[in-house]
Design a protein around this ligand. Structure first.
Ligand code: CP
Length: 320
């Protein structure tokens, strides 16, 4: 595997889930693969789970992880091409990328969407530069439009807890005070469409995700109707993707608290499990009662971030 952005990069999902099961059961069995190998984990944005789970996965595989926080540990980096660098950014990605990749065997990048220029974000401009100028396998640790390590961990969790051959999985938009990227819902949709689940997306009008990620999923604008009979409820906020109105890209169009997932919403499901990628705003996205209930899987879901990252790194090491 040379890059990890989309569900297609992992190949057969059944084989990937079986590999995840083996990695979880015997996490240190492939320590030899990473001996004398280094992974660089580059963060343009904050992280708790991705930073720690990626380091843990690398250590389980015997690799040395190096974490770099851009702008804190390093010079501030310019990411736009062709600009006069007379501002506060001291170094361009064009030089920084090949320098960083000369020190490592694999590289992971966290670089959120700016949410001001849809074309720039949806071209994955920063991530593409790491591919073009780095020459090493690249993992998206949440880039402008995708968060594949999260979606793979979500699928692993659904596989572990499902009690039906084809469970109903509902991804619901929920309110948040700030504008958030669409990477998590994009990837979750992409991975659920590839999995053997009955997948439904619900959100207020104006929040339509990019059709490339929605694919064949059913979209239901009535949240309570969408949640009926659900086996898994995946809550997430996202800002306006600008599909129906490009001028609204990245904006907060609604803070409608009736969309907050609470006991009333869970009551219409088939005793569904609750999922969220974290960090979560309690009593905005989900009520205390739901996230603290025995049906909440947010902690095992986060723990599976080590497993998804380790499967991806293992495959990359195997193909070096
Ligand atoms: N879910 C997730 O990616 O968490 P962090 O932003 O803390 O890494």
């Amino acid at each position: 595997m040379k890059s990890f952005f989309h569900v297609s990069d992992i190949g057969d999902l059944g084989a990937a889930l079986e590999e995840a099961r083996q990695v979880k059961a015997t996490p240190f069995a492939w320590k030899h693969l990473g001996t004398d190998k280094t992974i660089m984990l580059v963060f343009f944005n904050s992280s708790l789970r991705t930073r720690l789970s990626s380091q843990k996965a690398a250590l389980n595989l015997g690799m040395n992880p190096i974490v770099l926080n851009i702008g804190q540990d390093s010079w501030k980096l310019e990411t736009q091409m062709g600009v006069v660098m007379d501002g506060d950014k001291s170094e361009h990605l064009r030089e920084a990328i090949p320098v960083m990749t000369s020190y490592c065997d694999l590289i992971g990048i966290r670089s959120f969407a700016g949410l001001t220029d849809r074309g720039y974000d949806y071209s994955e401009t920063v991530l593409r530069q790491f591919i073009d100028y780095g020459g090493k396998p690249v993992i998206s640790l949440e880039s402008a439009t995708v968060h594949p390590c999260q979606a793979f961990a979500d699928l692993i969790t659904i596989e572990e807890y499902r009690t039906k051959p084809r469970p109903k999985v509902v991804m619901t938009w929920a309110p948040h005070p700030r504008a958030l990227p669409q990477a998590v819902p994009n990837s979750f949709a992409e991975w659920m469409n590839a999995a053997d689940v009955d997948f439904v997306i619900t959100h207020p009008r104006g929040y339509e995700l990019d059709p490339a990620f929605v694919g064949p999923a059913r979209v239901e604008y009535d949240q309570m109707k969408a949640l009926e009979g659900a086996d898994f409820v995946y809550a997430k906020n996202w800002s306006c993707p600008g599909v129906t109105n490009p001028a609204q890209y990245g904006q907060v169009l609604s803070k409608d608290m009736s969309w907050t997932v609470d006991a009333k919403h869970m009551a219409v499901t088939d005793n569904a499990y609750f999922l969220h990628c974290l960090p979560v705003r309690r009593n905005m996205i989900v009520s205390d009662e739901v996230i603290d209930s025995p049906r909440s899987l947010v902690i095992p879901e986060a723990a599976n971030r080590v497993v998804s990252a380790q499967v991806v790194m293992k495959r990359m090491l195997e193909s070096l």
